[in-house]
Write a protein that binds this ligand. Structure first.
Ligand SMILES: O=C(Nc1ccc2c(c1)CNCC2)c1ccc(F)cc1
Length: 339
């Protein structure tokens, strides 16, 4: 069978469940296309990877899929379905039409402290949840934070995340992520704690939001590493004393002197104008067994009262999650009549 035939078969499997539209993003080894789930009519983002092009990156995709299957949170991009064929892997993900936070910052040059606080609280919520599930993200940067249709942030790209066997207090060794956001201990090849390295990246991200440029930057990689290891950076004059203090507490070269994510949740700067700590619990707990789903998705899906939905991330999972999402958005929960 000629190659293009098997490739076509791969996409045919996808087209059984989704209409596929234009490309809305393309990263290293993946292309992201706008899609629509036929049964519910909901828009989705379909991350398309050709196994041939993945090469040694295939394990990273598997890491991301396994992590995203276990993560369900209002500020983590939701995985609805995984379709794997002999030639392709398709990840059907939550639709985020606001694009990357990176582009948002570039378009506005820099954000006000108030607007930064709204976004930063969402990032802290996502990271506290991800850490509570035993994961370190390890590649936090504005390119990996997308804006959804309600201007809420959604964390993506768990391809470099780690879930140490002994828990997050176990040390990691792999040096990964984008240098400009990487913690000193990570780029120096020392053993490091994933959650502590994530807090450093959050500090770099906070600086980027408030300033519109990076605290440590150099086109020469080694010069950049030296600047990060030294940990010295200039605070522009428009930063408030509260912002300067918080940045200083997050961008501590010694990870043991760095704030923890938990300390961030009720930090005075984070609480300003809100007077309440960041809510990090998931509003979308991952059910392993759905009891009596009728009150959840009405009569729409006629399934027995006792439904044990094993999360296969197949069509059933996608339909259930997309119906749930519709309901949460207050949209009418209807399945399209069979064509
Ligand atoms: O929804 C996504 N991107 C998206 C969707 C719509 C639009 C954009 C990005 C950017 N241009 C405007 C329209 C998306 C979602 C998940 C993901 F991993 C990668 C991308």
């Amino acid at each position: 069978m000629p190659v293009e035939r098997t490739e076509q078969r791969g996409v045919d499997e996808l087209r059984k469940y989704y209409e596929v539209y234009e490309t809305i993003g393309s990263g290293g080894f993946a292309k992201v296309k706008l899609g629509r789930h036929i049964l519910t009519g909901e828009k989705v983002a379909i991350k398309i990877m050709n196994k041939k092009d993945l090469g040694e990156d295939l394990p990273r995709v598997k890491v991301e899929i396994e992590a995203m299957k276990n993560l369900s949170h209002q500020h983590v991009c939701r995985l609805y379905q995984v379709i794997e064929t002999s030639t392709h892997i398709f990840m059907v993900l939550e639709y985020c039409p606001g694009g990357e936070l990176f582009d948002y910052i570039v378009a506005k040059d820099r954000l006000s402290e108030e607007e930064t606080r709204v976004f930063f609280r969402q990032i802290a919520s996502a990271m506290a949840y991800v850490h509570s599930q035993g994961y370190a993200h390890r590649d936090l940067k504005p390119e990996n934070l997308l804006i959804d249709e309600n201007r809420n942030l959604k964390l993506i790209d768990f391809g470099l995340c780690a879930k140490p066997k002994g828990g997050l207090s176990y040390e990691l060794m792999t040096c990964c992520g984008s240098p400009a956001y990487a913690a000193p201990e990570l780029i120096q090849g020392k053993a490091y704690i994933g959650s502590e390295a994530d807090v450093w990246s959050m500090g770099v991200l906070l600086f980027a939001l408030l300033c519109g440029y990076l605290p440590f930057d150099d086109e020469n990689c080694m010069a950049l590493y030296r600047k990060i290891a030294r940990g010295r950076y200039d605070n522009p004059r428009w930063l408030s004393p509260g912002s300067v203090l918080l940045l200083n507490q997050m961008l501590q070269v010694d990870p043991k002197r760095r704030l923890s994510v938990r300390q961030l949740l009720d930090h005075p700067w984070v609480m300003k104008d809100y007077n309440s700590p960041v809510e990090w619990y998931s509003r979308q707990p991952v059910y392993t067994h759905i009891q009596k789903p009728k009150y959840v998705i009405d009569e729409c899906l006629n399934i027995e009262t006792e439904l044990t939905l094993t999360w296969r991330y197949d069509q059933t999972t996608a339909t259930y999650l997309l119906l749930l999402s519709k309901k949460q958005k207050g949209k009418p929960v209807r399945l399209r009549p069979e064509p």
